[in-house]
Design a protein around this ligand. Structure first.
Ligand SMILES: Nc1ncnc2c1ncn2[C@@H]1O[C@H](COP(=O)(O)OP(=O)(O)O)[C@@H](O)[C@H]1O
Ligand SMILES: [Mg+2]
Length: 746
């Protein structure tokens, strides 16, 4: 429960070390720290005027495959006199997306799929045409949202583009939207949602969910109408990843939904669907639009038709549509794109030149070539062909290209071998650069990071030995004491939690505060929960959480001890060591997957003990049986609270259930569909079951009878007794004894 320690100040210091001006090549930052000041030269989206801006990073928000996203404050803005970009004002917050992912795996994956699709570098990162065309589309869709939704706030505004020469990528300045992904709603009848197109919002328990679903379907429709069908993938519900691209605003009066993401990261290849929805999109592409690969291709004549249908809405943006046409043409012509250009590049010299220029943009962004060499490459010919083909050679190809294409790199290599001081400085800079990554990943804490940065030799030894291990193991090998401290910290937490009421209360308050920050709780709900913290049931809930925490280690200890006994037994019976270890591993694994474990039994009996002590069945009706089950046991009390403290219950389940789903990459993202499913599964479904518990138990009893009674014929007396006991204990008992007991006084 210790927080991962992270020092932004350290990362900034290391960044400065990594960018040692004495070196001939530079280690570019992977991403920016909060507080970084970025001076950039901007071009407005509309009007397309040029100026200077200063962005100060307020918060790094993360990033998927398309790029990295920040919340920044515009701290300075200089535009030519008389000019202005509507919406852009000093002092305000903006969303900044720089089109290069912060994770090297994501970057590689994005670039590879794009290369397979279009045989060129990722355009919106390196090509001005692609950057500008994308922004113009966003702005036009925003306009069109007036027609479709009656308000422009349905699409986030786009203000300006810039080239980031630190990261070698284009970036965009767009509107900052305050709001939330969605509220996980308590819904007593989720089947009503199936008819999401027609059901009146007031008739369902999930109005926010249905509203979002309709809004996103509306966005898809709108983009198809406007001639941007491939952009619509960002809002297709069935991709299961599109939901976070749409936020419910809290910064407008109507609190309407808003589309915030128009930059896809991954091209859609026909043989590589990456979500259920992709299958349909691939088939649509193939048969309706005859498009083999999809990304952001659009139909400009269709756009013209749409614009002509709504002349009043688009009357003033004509210059932007004209720019879009020019930029889109530049963008498309910068790619080889066999599935669209076909054989044309072979005959069309002009096109050939454009494609080569597009490829060279990519080499420059990868720091493979300097400007002098880039100019030579743009002329094409044998030199270009050879350079291009070298790209197909793994690892070695890149080494040769860098030495061939960049004078600075050649100088760098020469100095490394001839000047010891240069070599030392380079080593230091490289270590600093890599250590930033280590520190961010939690591989090294601040003290150790500093130590290794000061001793690069030591760093490189570690880098190529235990540094190759996964994070956890690496930390453990480097500093076993940390693992030990974590272990001790865990038990101390449990001890404090179990023995100290104030500590429990504080823990609970922290959870609630975080819930409000995440948008899971409104201000009123938060205040209400804080006001009931002293009520007996909450106190009891927190106490039983303590029991839950205490039981976490129980299962592990019991499983290891049992495994040890079984292994010893196997050995004593003459089994080999391998067999004994296998038995051990099997037992430990078995304990992890059985639904009821020693730990969960402790928990269950504790709740039963509470019931007996207080002679109170009703308050534990739901919690008692659930407590016996592993994992789900954590939800026992929250589910019990639904009638008395509905907000709190919903909140606790949302937090627990969704924390688990966030481990899953991409699909488990906050706000994505899977999160909602998990919440339904653990909150809404059990409640529906709860309401029908009598029928469920009756059905269970009848099922047992149907299976076991026929089997009674033709067994021995011993078997007969066994089966009857099983039937009564497992199938009949819950319905005939438990149920009447538990529901007494209800
Ligand atoms: N304008 C914005 N206002 C508020 N939050 C934003 C904004 N843009 C992005 N975000 C947040 O950052 C996340 C990622 O942004 P997004 O543009 O969807 O990038 P990607 O999907 O490529 O990672 C969003 O899901 C949202 O939480
Ligand atoms: Mg997104």
């Amino acid at each position: 429960m210790a927080k991962k320690e992270y020092s932004s100040k350290l990362c900034k210091e290391l960044t400065r070390l990594a960018e040692d001006p004495k070196l001939n090549v530079r280690h570019r930052p992977i991403r920016y720290e909060n507080g970084t000041v970025l001076p950039v030269e901007i071009t407005g989206v509309f009007p397309a005027i040029e100026g200077k801006a200063e962005l100060t990073v307020d918060k790094f928000l993360g990033g998927g495959f398309a790029g990295q996203v920040y919340r920044c404050r515009l701290t300075d803005l200089e535009l030519p006199s008389g000019g202005g970009i509507p919406g852009l004002e000093t002092g305000k917050l903006y969303a900044i997306k720089i089109v290069i992912p912060p994770s090297s795996f994501s970057r590689w994956f994005r670039n590879t799929t794009y290369w397979l699709a279009f045989q060129g570098p990722f355009s919106s990162q390196v090509n001005l045409g692609a950057c500008r065309a994308g922004l113009a589309w966003q702005k036009l869709v925003r306009r069109a949202s007036l027609v479709k939704f009656g308000r422009e706030t349905a699409v986030k505004d786009a203000y300006a583009s810039f080239w980031d020469s630190n990261l070698n990528a284009y970036g965009e300045i767009t509107e900052w939207v305050e709001g939330r992904m969605w509220k996980l709603e308590a819904d007593g009848d989720i089947t009503k949602r199936f008819d999401w197109r027609n059901v009146p919002l007031a008739d369902t328990g999930s109005p926010e969910y249905i509203d979002k679903r309709r809004f996103m379907a509306g966005m898809v429709e709108l983009m198809h109408d406007m001639g941007a069908p491939e952009f619509a993938r960002q809002y297709e519900w069935s991709t299961m990843k599109s939901q976070p691209n749409c936020m419910k605003r809290s910064d407008t009066e109507d609190g309407g939904l808003c589309a915030i993401d128009f930059r896809a990261g991954l091209a859609l290849l026909p043989w590589l669907p990456m979500s259920p929805g992709d299958f349909k999109l691939i088939l649509d592409g193939l048969f309706k639009r005859h498009s083999l690969v999809q990304f952001d291709r659009c139909d400009l004549s269709r756009l013209e038709v749409y614009v002509a249908q709504h002349p009043d809405v688009f009357s003033d943006v004509r210059p932007m549509i004209d720019e879009l046409k020019i930029q889109d043409r530049i963008y498309r012509r910068s790619l080889l794109d066999i599935t669209h250009h076909g054989l044309r590049p072979i005959f069309d010299r002009e096109l050939q030149r454009d494609i080569i220029a597009g490829l060279v943009e990519g080499y420059a962004a990868d720091d493979l070539v300097d400007e002098v060499f880039a100019e030579k490459l743009r002329k094409g010919g044998l030199r270009f062909a050879l350079f291009h083909l070298l790209g197909a050679v793994p690892i070695l190809g890149k080494m040769v290209r860098q030495r061939w294409g960049s004078r600075a790199f050649r100088k760098h290599m020469l100095s490394l071998f001839t000047k010891p001081t240069y070599f030392k400085a380079a080593l230091k800079a490289r270590a600093a650069h890599d250590l930033i990554g280590w520190h961010r990943a939690g591989r090294t804490n601040e003290v150790r990071t500093r130590k290794l940065a000061a001793a690069p030799g030591l760093f490189f030894i570690e880098r190529f030995t235990i540094g190759l291990l996964p994070v956890g193991l690496h930390c453990f090998c480097a500093r076993p004491i940390i693992a030990w401290n974590g272990f001790v910290g865990f038990f101390k937490f449990i001890y404090d939690f179990a023995s100290d009421e104030a500590f429990r209360e504080q823990w609970f308050l922290d959870q609630v505060i975080e819930g409000e920050k995440d948008g899971m709780l409104s201000k009123e709900e938060h205040d209400h929960i804080v006001s009931i913290i002293k009520e007996p049931f909450i106190v009891k809930y927190l106490k039983s959480m303590a029991v839950h925490f205490c039981t976490i280690p129980v299962t592990q200890i019991v499983s290891v001890v049992t495994g040890g006994f079984i292994a010893a037994y196997v050995l004593s019976k003459g089994g080999s060591k391998a067999e004994a270890s296998l038995a051990f591993a099997g037992i430990v694994a078995l304990f992890q997957v059985t639904p009821i474990s020693p730990g969960s039994l402790c928990r269950g009996f504790y709740v039963v003990y509470l019931m007996i002590r207080e002679r109170n069945w009703r308050d534990y009706l739901v919690a008692a049986p659930l407590s016996f089950v592993k994992y789900i046991g954590y939800l026992a009390f929250p589910l019990q609270m639904t009638t008395t403290y509905p907000h709190l219950a919903r909140f606790l389940v949302s937090r627990r259930a969704t924390a688990v789903v966030h481990i899953i990459p991409v699909f488990g993202e906050h706000g994505a569909l899977m999160e909602h499913w998990v919440f339904d599964l653990f909150f809404n479904v059990p409640q529906i079951f709860g309401r029908h518990i009598k029928s469920v138990l009756t059905a269970w009893m009848l099922l047992g009878m149907a299976i076991i009674l026929p089997a009674l014929f033709g067994v021995t007396t011993k078997g007969w007794v066994g089966l009857m006991i099983a039937l009564i204990a497992v199938f009949i008992f819950p319905r005939m004894i438990f149920f009447p007991l538990l529901s007494r006084g209800k």
